[in-house]
Design a protein around this ligand. Structure first.
Ligand code: NAP
Length: 229
């Protein structure tokens, strides 16, 4: 077997598409972390069911993950509820920051030693909400901005040790991300990034790593609109 990759949020959307592409090589083992099962049946997939918005559950991963030697860590799990800051309960704010920032920081720390040993790759899925200062890009956008900043720092810190770090910054993608929101993009293709295209780009970095570091990639659809459902 070639490589072992940890992917958070492997059950749906971008993470699921990436998981399928890596498993299709039949020589990459994927450890996937989500709350629910992906339904993917493959001998090289190990699924771990954890709520990454829960600090205690995330910390408990330390022991399980210490038995693997990772070549890449794909920090992909994320969620938001687009609404004004005053509409959030304190618990919701805590969970958004935990899921979109703190759990990623904890997972990096848990996997860093093996990633350094393997001259591995950390790939973080950020968000255009973490770049753009805009109405309602509040707790989620700030958590993603924090993730971008942490990953930029890690590259500077460890590039001489040949750790690769990539930050993928998508705008709107056609996934279930909007299923529980009050807003959604129009259904026409030009209003969303196609999840298959984004997953294909990332999968190639793992399957056939380029000689350069794809450090920070902003991906935007041609058109933009989020409309109230
Ligand atoms: N879609 C967009 O327009 C868009 C734009 C910019 C950035 N992004 C970012 O892209 C990444 C992928 O999102 P997506 O569009 O593929 O969304 P998605 O289809 O909703 O998938 C999200 C994944 O994250 C997992 N997840 C969510 N909450 C979790 C929790 N509390 N604990 C563990 N796993 C959890 C989900 O699994 P379970 O439900 O099984 O737990 C699922 O596998 C996210 O980081 C998101 O913030 C998305």
């Amino acid at each position: 077997m070639n490589k072992t990759i940890l992917i958070t949020g492997h059950s749906k959307g971008l993470g699921r598409s990436l998981t399928e592409k890596l498993l299709a090589t039949n020589n990459i083992r994927v450890i996937g972390i989500s709350r629910t099962a992906s339904g993917i049946q493959h001998p090289l997939l190990k699924e771990i069911f954890i709520d990454l918005s829960d600090k205690a559950q995330t910390i408990q991963l330390k022991e399980t993950l210490s038995s693997f030697s990772f070549d890449a860590l794909v920090l992909n799990a994320g969620a938001n509820h687009i609404k004004p800051p005053q509409s959030y309960s304190l618990e919701e704010i805590n969970k958004i920051i935990q899921l979109n920032f703190t759990s990623n920081a904890l997972l990096i720390r848990m996997c860093l030693n093996t990633l350094l040993k393997n001259k591995g790759h950390i790939i973080g899925i950020g968000s255009y909400s973490g770049v753009e200062v805009k109405k309602w890009n509040n707790f989620y956008g700030s958590s993603k901005a924090g993730l971008h900043h942490l990953l930029r720092n890690l590259f500077e810190q460890y590039r001489k040790q040949e750790l690769k770090v990539s930050i993928v910054i998508p705008d709107i993608m056609n996934t279930e991300f909007y299923a529980h929101q009050d807003f959604e993009p129009p259904t026409q293709d030009e209003y969303s990034l196609q999840v298959n295209d984004v997953a294909e780009m990332i999968s190639q970095w793992i399957i056939q790593p380029p000689k350069y570091v794809p450090f920070e990639i902003v991906l935007r659809p041609q058109m933009f609109q989020l409309k109230r459902k």
